[in-house]
Every structure is written in C-alpha cells, then in structure tokens.
Design a protein around this ligand. Sequence first.
Ligand SMILES: CC(C)(COP(=O)(O)OP(=O)(O)OC[C@H]1O[C@@H](n2cnc3c(N)ncnc32)[C@H](O)[C@@H]1OP(=O)(O)O)[C@@H](O)C(=O)NCCC(=O)NCCS
Length: 181
Amino acid sequence: MNTPETQPMVRTVQSTQSEMTEIILPNDTNMLGNLLGGRLMHFIDLTGAMAAYRHARTHVVTASMDHIDFIQPVRLGDLVTLRSSVNRAFSRSLEVGVQVWAENTRTGAVAHVASAYLVLVAVDEHGRLQSVPQVKAETPDEIRRYDDALRRREHREREKARRKEAQLATASLTDGGTAPR
Ligand SMILES: CC(C)(COP(=O)(O)OP(=O)(O)OC[C@H]1O[C@@H](n2cnc3c(N)ncnc32)[C@H](O)[C@@H]1OP(=O)(O)O)[C@@H](O)C(=O)NCCC(=O)NCCS
C-alpha cells in the first residue's frame, strides 16, 4: 500500500488495465435468455473499480456511470469479458472506460457488446476526498481517450448545471416562489 509520501504523481494507463471474465448463468438472464442490463452494469461497475483502485491506491466510490451503449444482447452460456483502464484523472476524480466482449462458447465467435464510462472519486476510510495521481497517456488510443475524457467531463458539468436550474424552476413553480433558496 502506498502512503501519501510514496504515492507517485503520475501513473501510466497501462498500469491500470484490468480484466474480468464471467460465465452467464440462468440467474443472470431474463425470460428470453439474455443477460439482464442491471447485471451487466454490476460487472461494469466492478471492473471499472478495479482500474480505479490500481490508479488511486485508495478507496474509490462510483460517482456516475454514463454513456452506456448496449450494442447487442449477451446470451445465456456466453463468456463475458470486461476490460477497463483509467482514461484521465482530474483532482479527486477519475474517468474509467470499460469495454465488454461476449464469446459464444460453442462457436468461439467474439463480439463487442457494450461500452461505458464511469467517474470514480477517491476517498479515505472516513469518506474524505483524496487527491489522485495524474494519468500518462502513451499510445495514440490512450491520448484520444484522454482528450475525449475532458470533453465528457465538461458535458457532465453542463448537464449538472442544467438539471440544477430545472429543479430550481420546478421548485419555484410548485411553491409559488416562496421557498428559501
Ligand atoms: C461522489 C461523492 C464522494 C462526491 O462528493 P462531493 O462532496 O459531492 O464532491 P465534490 O462536489 O467536492 O466533487 C469531488 C469530485 O467528484 C466529482 N464528482 C462529484 N459528483 C460527481 C458526479 N455525479 N459525476 C461525476 N463526477 C462527480 C467532482 O467533479 C470532483 O472531481 P475533481 O475533484 O476531480 O474535480 C459523493 O457524492 C458520494 O459519496 N456519493 C455516493 C457514492 C456512492 O455511494 N457510490 C455508489 C453508488 S451505489
């Protein structure tokens, strides 16, 4: 375990790469024999956290999971492999990208079935926010994801501000504008 004194200032994307494989059992599926979306989100959350732990080397909590694309269904009996890495770190938060692949165990065919971006926030054992090392993006793909992560963060911040404004507007309509702000 790194102490704050030994925690490096920068980590490579490669050092955060994580992978998990699951076999899809009846309990994971709906009536059509397809993997449940919520179960897949659980796997995505776990694999995302693995990359975040490798980067932050402290506790992390999921702040948001956005932009999940369910590209095609995963079938009962498939092997699902999830791969994650940290795209970019900010001050106390970091963005992780997760890609999901399904393998048909009989034919061996492999398909990309889902992708997601998660933001995780570093905290200590008391839940206090912690700084995270910065990310060193080395390959062209890592650099593209690093640049895109900033655009997604700006988009999330605009969305957050827009939702807050909408909530305030709704509150002032329902209380006649009398509630304290
Ligand atoms: C995530 C959490 C720690 C943020 O705490 P907070 O006091 O609101 O933090 P701040 O507003 O000071 O933001 C701290 C960092 O988190 C980021 N952040 C906070 N909420 C976020 C959100 N909804 N989406 C993306 N990033 C978020 C901020 O951008 C900031 O990043 P930076 O320091 O790198 O610039 C807090 O909201 C929390 O504990 N949430 C519950 C987490 C949890 O239980 N997850 C599992 C869900 S089942």
